[in-house]
Unconditional design. Sequence first.
Length: 491
Amino acid sequence: MKKELICFFVLVLFFIPIMISMISAAEIYAASCSYEDVSSAIDLAQIADTVRVPAGTCTWNNQLVIRKGINLIGTGIGNTIIISNYEGTGWATHTSRYLIVYWPQHPANNELFRLSGFTFDCDRKSGGIFLVNGNANYPINKIRIDHTRIINASGHNLCQHGPVYGVADNNDWQGGTIVGIFSLDAQIWNSHTFNFGTADNFYFEDNNFTGGSVVNSGWGGRYAFRYNDITLTAHSFPTFDAHGNMGPGMGYSMMGVEIYENVIHGGSYMCRTVDLRGGRSLVYNNKLINTVSAGAVIREEYDDAGNPPTHALDGQPQHIWDTYYFGNTRNNIRMPFDSVGTFDYGSRDCGEWENQGCHEGRVPTHNIHFWQQEATFDGSSGVGAGLISQRPATCTTEGVAWWATDEEKLYRCKNGAWKLYYVPYPYPHPLRLGDSEEIDLGEIIPEPDPPQPTLDVVTIQDMLGAYQQYKRNEVTLAYFLDKLRKWIVFW
C-alpha cells in the first residue's frame, strides 16, 4: 500500500502540467460557416484549441491559411458545406492553389492538427487542402484529416509538401488525380532515411476515392495507402504513381511507398494499378475488378547521378531498390508486373557505395532490385506466401521473401537464413485512437470506438503503458488522460 501511495503522488505531480494544458485547451464556436466567422474564430484560438463550425452552406471568396496546431471541426459531411469561390493559381506545390492551407509556423513544436466534418465543393476553382512543411530538420507527424468530402477540385483534393506525416481516414474524395505527395528533393535525400511500417509516413486508410488516378508523387516523398475503396470513372494511368529521379535539374525520386489491401473497382476502364519508378515499395494484396486491359509497371528512366545525391544516408539509391510485389490480383487472378523498363548502369565506379550494390548493370532486375510473387516458391527466387508453417525451411538467394499470411509479417532471406523484415504499422492508425469526437458523419460510417476497459482491469501497468504510447506519439493525449483518470478512480 505504501508503495502504491508513493507511485500515486509521483504520478499526480508529474502529470499536473499535462493536465493543466489539457484543461486550458478551449472550444471556440464560429458564429457561422462563413469565411469571416471561421477565420475570426481561428484567430482567437490558441494551440490545441478546437474551433467548431456550425451546419450551413457558405461560399468562401478567400483562402484559409492556418499557422498553428488546432482542431477545426464541422458538423459532418453534408451538414457543414463550404463552396470555393477562391481562384487558385500555380502548380501543385504552390500554396496559392488551395482553398485551405495548413502551414505550421513552428514545425519544431510538432503540434497536433485535425480537420474533420466538412464537405468542400471546390467548384473547379481551387485545390482542396494543402499540408506544407518547408523545414527538413523538423518533420511533423500529428496530422489527421478525417470524415470530409471533397468534390470538384481544380488539381489535387489533398496535397502534401515536405516532411508531413499522419493519417487521412474515412474521407470521400472525388476528382481526377486526387492526392499529391511531394517533399523537398535534395534536402530530404541528404538528411532523411526511409523504412517500412513506421510512424514517419502519411497513411491513407478507410477512404472512398472516386475518379481516375489516385496519387501523383515525387521529390523525395513517401506515402502509405491501405484499406481504401477506389472506384474509377476514367482510364487510370496509373492509379498509384511513385516517381523516380526525373533527370538533371528535375525532380528527385520518391523515397518509399506502401500500397496494400486496397480494392479498385475498374468497371470498363483501363487500369495500370501501379507505376513504380524509384525508391522502395511494398505493394501487396490489392484487388482490381474490371473488364478491360490492366497491368502494373516497374521501371527506371534516368541515371541517378544526374540529381545527386545518388543515395540516402543509409545507402538507399534513388532508383528501384528493396521492392516487393505480391498477392495482387485482377478478377481474383494473380497479376504480376506486365512491363519492366530498365536503364543500364553498367559497372561504373560508385565510390563509397561500391560495396552496397551500386555495380548493378540493368536496373531494375528481378531478384536484385525487386522481387515479385512466384507461382511456386522454393526459397530461390521472388516472393512466396502462405502460412508460416508452409515457408521453406531454407532459402538460397539473398533478398527472396515469404509473406506469412497467418502472422501478416514479411520474412526475408539474409545470409542464407530467414529474418523478420517487415510488420505493418498498427491499424487503425494510432492518431485515430481515443477519439471521442461526436459529429454527424453524414454517409460515411465511422470506425468503431476503441474498446473501453472496465475499471477492474485498468491497472497501473495499463496506465503507464498508455503514457509510453503517448510519448511515442502513438495515441492522443486525450486517450492517455482517460486511462489515467480511470486508474485514479479505481485506485
